[in-house]
Design a protein around this ligand. Structure first.
Ligand code: FAD
Length: 396
């Protein structure tokens, strides 16, 4: 049995590597183990291969959690600017895409390389293809890991094994099972930042529009996101839909404002005053993608010359355009979801150290915890911040 390490981190993803680097820089001998054949697979595939590594506008308001206060301390102590400083020190070129989202100019490989270089400098040992068969809690409070590569004993154990999204990339329910083994509550998990599927008449009417994209404001459960929506073969996607999907559950009312930022009724009245003889579908095609406008007028709105509409009819059309009800049948699930909502209940953890309240020396960080960010670099920022909090606490 190996006892050479002050701390072992399970999961060589964003959170685990950050925790390991932070603790090792403070003098600890840290080992990171991962069952995958290489580290940081999700970092590599993130942001379309360019890794949206943080968001300069990060605040606790962009996170979903049963306890919305839990993420505050870690986010305040390790900010986007700390990570940007690291990126700049490694001379990685980056740019803001929109809404504070920072991406690598070249490739997300540079972020993984940066983390591995930091690991090497700090003396972190990383072992891949190391499956953990089980974890025992010993009488002296330490942890014994039975792995495919032998037994390991450590006084501190950090669980950074991530969520359930993209099983083909090594995602597993390991962290949840282990949390339960150690007496932690695990809140129900579901796919987040995920395309929604449609069935019935919406699906039939929209299916052949796959590929059409338009700006909308998607609204669900008092939360709204203004950005693009994309019609897919199975339903709807695009940033506004991915964002709102984290707030949607089967049966919930979902509405789309198809003319975000435009007062639909005022627009219709203006058309009625100035372009009386034009047909509604022609005018709608000036403010919506043409095929989408046509489809709306085939199935949802009776198109005729503007002068023929009565005021109540115009009001009805305005309501439909500004609050189009869509009945989603489900999500595409973990296969394509960017994140997993729910997870290890933060009530069982210290918000300053990420350490278990029940089991001293046991930590949970990153996506395995019930903290889920919006689309736009917030999930990595949580991984860095929670990893940093645990790494600091380990060495304290
Ligand atoms: P992960 O990065 O998932 O790391 C977990 C590690 O644990 C993995 O290496 C895994 O192999 C290992 N592991 C799992 N189970 C075991 C086990 N049983 N034994 C040993 N090891 C195990 N977020 C952003 O902020 N910006 C983006 O641009 C972005 N793009 C994304 C694109 C895609 C396609 C996906 C799927 C997600 C994206 N995300 C993005 C979300 C982000 O990748 C995650 O929130 C983040 O990686 C979570 O970090 P983590 O360290 O907690 O988990």
């Amino acid at each position: 049995t190996e006892k050479a390490h002050d701390a072992i981190v399970i999961g060589a993803g964003a959170a685990g590597l950050m925790a390991a680097i932070t603790a090792a820089q403070r003098g600890l001998r840290v080992l990171v183990v991962d069952h995958a054949n290489k580290v940081g697979k999700k970092i590599l595939m993130s942001g379309g291969g360019r890794c949206n590594f943080t968001n300069t506008g990060t605040t606790p308001a962009q996170y979903l959690s049963a306890n919305p206060h839990f993420c505050k301390s870690a986010l305040a102590r390790y900010t986007p600017w700390h990570f940007i400083e690291l990126v700049e020190r490694h001379r990685i070129a980056y740019h803001e895409k929109e809404l504070g989202q920072l991406f690598c100019d070249e490739s997300s490989k540079l972020i993984v390389k940066m983390l591995l270089d930091e690991c090497a400098t700090a003396g972190v040992e990383v072992r891949t293809q190391c499956t953990i068969e089980r974890v025992e809690h010993l009488d002296d409070g330490s942890f014994r890991l039975h792995t495919a590569q032998g037994r390991l004993v450590t006084p501190s154990l950090v669980i950074a094994s991530g969520g359930l999204s993209i099983p083909s990339m090594g995602a597993s329910g390991f962290g949840y099972t282990l949390a339960k083994q150690f007496g932690h509550e695990v809140l129900p998990t579901r796919a987040g930042l995920v395309p929604l599927t449609l069935t019935g008449k919406h699906a039939e009417r929209l299916q052949d529009l796959a590929g059409v994209s338009l700006p909308v404001e998607a609204r669900c459960n008092d939360t709204s996101f203004r950005n693009f929506m994309l019609v897919t073969h199975r339903g709807i996607s695009g940033p506004s839909i991915l964002q709102v999907s984290s707030y949607w559950q089967p049966g919930d009312d979902l509405r789309l404002d198809l003319l975000p930022g435009i007062d639909a009724e005022a627009q219709l009245r203006e058309w009625q005053a100035t372009r009386r003889d034009a047909e509604l579908k022609t005018l709608l095609a000036e403010v919506l993608p043409k095929r989408f406008a046509q489809r709306l007028c085939e199935h949802w709105i009776a198109s005729k010359p503007l002068r023929q509409y009565t005021p109540p009819e115009l009001r009805g059309i305005a309501d439909l355009l500004s609050s189009w009800p869509l009945i989603a049948s489900g999500t595409e699930g973990y296969r394509t979801a960017e994140v997993t909502l729910g997870g290890v209940d933060s009530d069982g953890l210290s918000s300053t150290t990420m350490m278990s309240r029940h089991v001293p020396g046991l930590y949970f960080i990153g996506e395995v915890v019930d903290v889920t960010g919006w689309l736009g670099g917030y999930n990595f920022q949580w991984a860095w911040a929670s990893g940093h909090a645990a790494g600091t606490a380990l060495a304290a």
